[in-house]
Design a protein around this ligand. Structure first.
Ligand code: NCD
Length: 377
């Protein structure tokens, strides 16, 4: 048993809270902990582009007194020669005390964790999950509001391929917050992730978002309200329930099938939008990079938290690395079981990219790597 972090579900609520508390302590002075994990070695294996996630993990390891080996360019790693992920991970496992992996295929971190003896942390697996970004997001929200319970957070943009929103929606609901899913048309939140969050006790209610029609070309946009509350009457009234935060995401153009381009319909978050009474007290978050969704003209606004959010990556990842290197397995529930004979056909799945031991979710309905498919029908 190692303390892998593949999915936000791998962490119990108490573990998430404990990591956020530890991150607060590290954030008080990130320079004061250089003796804590002296000589530990972290491998950052990034087979997909990254700036914040890789650099903040590496800074976090260095701040803890450890060292880092990195492979940050898929073209310069042996995967470009045809080496399988499983083989690459088996090797790196012998070089380091923990591995952070980013990979373009959904389920890659699950595979790596199952292959490696050392802890594997998911730094983003295709369009599926990004649990460490969620810890950063929760930390930022908790710092601003002093709590998570009772918050309403609008998840805005590409909710289909935006992996950060998948992990975040689950965590928000677990901590008693609500997520209003406001997607670009055609880039709605994936059914399997929604099903997973609902199976955890949430209700998902389709709503019309009223009170902001002027910003949305005169119509009330369609959304889904996700939370533990009783169902609404099918309307979310921005004027009566202004959201605490809007979590903006970019369209993940690199994941759109066949070089498709998405039409962006949601308004740019700019000074005019923040001037609307519905957003008078609303914090603006973004995992970054932004590519036009948020105008730089609001960067100095006290509601704009995205650069603080990025900076929080270091203390939050210090807390996570410290826990992982401490060696106690995480207590969340694993939702993937061996399934001899099953083979996933979803193009984005690691099981299509290479031969992997087949896995299904515990309910037997979906691929245990990528979540695709519904075998109940
Ligand atoms: C995000 C990611 O890689 O999923 N970036 C990040 O890690 N902060 C968001 C994105 O790329 O849009």
């Amino acid at each position: 048993m190692t303390c892998d972090l593949v999915s936000i579900a791998d962490l119990s609520d108490a573990e998430v809270s404990g990591l956020l508390d530890a991150a607060e302590a590290f954030a008080a002075d990130v320079r004061a902990h250089a003796a804590r994990r002296r000589d530990a070695v972290l491998a950052t294996l990034f087979l997909e582009p990254s700036t914040r996630t890789r650099l903040s993990f590496e800074a976090a390891m260095l701040r803890l007194g450890g060292r880092v080996v990195t492979s940050s360019d898929a073209k310069s790693s042996s995967s470009s020669k045809g080496e399988t992920l499983a083989d690459t991970v088996r090797m790196v496992d012998g070089y380091a005390d923990a591995i952070v992996l980013r990979h373009p295929s959904a389920g890659a971190a699950r595979l790596a964790a199952d292959v490696a003896r050392r802890p594997v942390i998911n730094g983003g697996d295709g369009g599926r999950e990004h649990p460490t970004q969620t810890l950063v997001d929760l930390f930022t929200l908790r710092r601003r509001f002093g709590r998570l319970r009772g918050l309403t957070v609008v998840l805005w943009g590409d909710l289909r391929y935006g992996r950060t929103t998948h992990s975040l929606a689950e965590a928000l609901v677990r901590f008693g917050a609500r997520a209003l899913l406001l997607a670009e048309p055609g880039l709605e939140f994936p059914a399997d992730v929604l099903e997973h969050v609902v199976a955890g006790g949430a209700k998902a209610v389709p709503v019309r978002a009223t009170g902001v029609e002027g910003l949305f070309g005169g119509t009330a946009p369609a959304a889904v309200l996700l939370g533990r509350d009783d169902p609404t009457d099918g309307v979310y009234r921005f004027d009566r329930e202004p959201p605490d935060a809007v979590y903006v995401t970019r369209v993940q153009a690199e994941r759109l099938p066949g070089g498709a381009t998405a039409v962006r319909r949601l308004p740019v978050v700019d000074r005019a939008l923040l001037g609307h009474p519905a957003f008078a007290g609303t914090a603006i978050l973004h995992p970054l990079p932004r590519v036009g969704e948020i105008s730089p003209e609001i960067d100095g606004d006290p509601r704009a938290l995205y650069f603080q959010q990025a900076e929080a990556g270091v203390p939050v990842r210090m807390a996570l690395l410290d826990a992982v290197l401490g060696g106690r397995p995480f207590g969340g529930a694993r939702d993937a079981e061996p399934a001899p004979g099953f083979r996933c056909a979803a193009p984005a799945c690691i099981g299509v990219a290479e031969a992997v031991p087949p896995l299904l979710t515990k309910n037997g309905r979906r691929c245990g790597y990528c979540g695709a498919g519904d075998r109940s029908r």
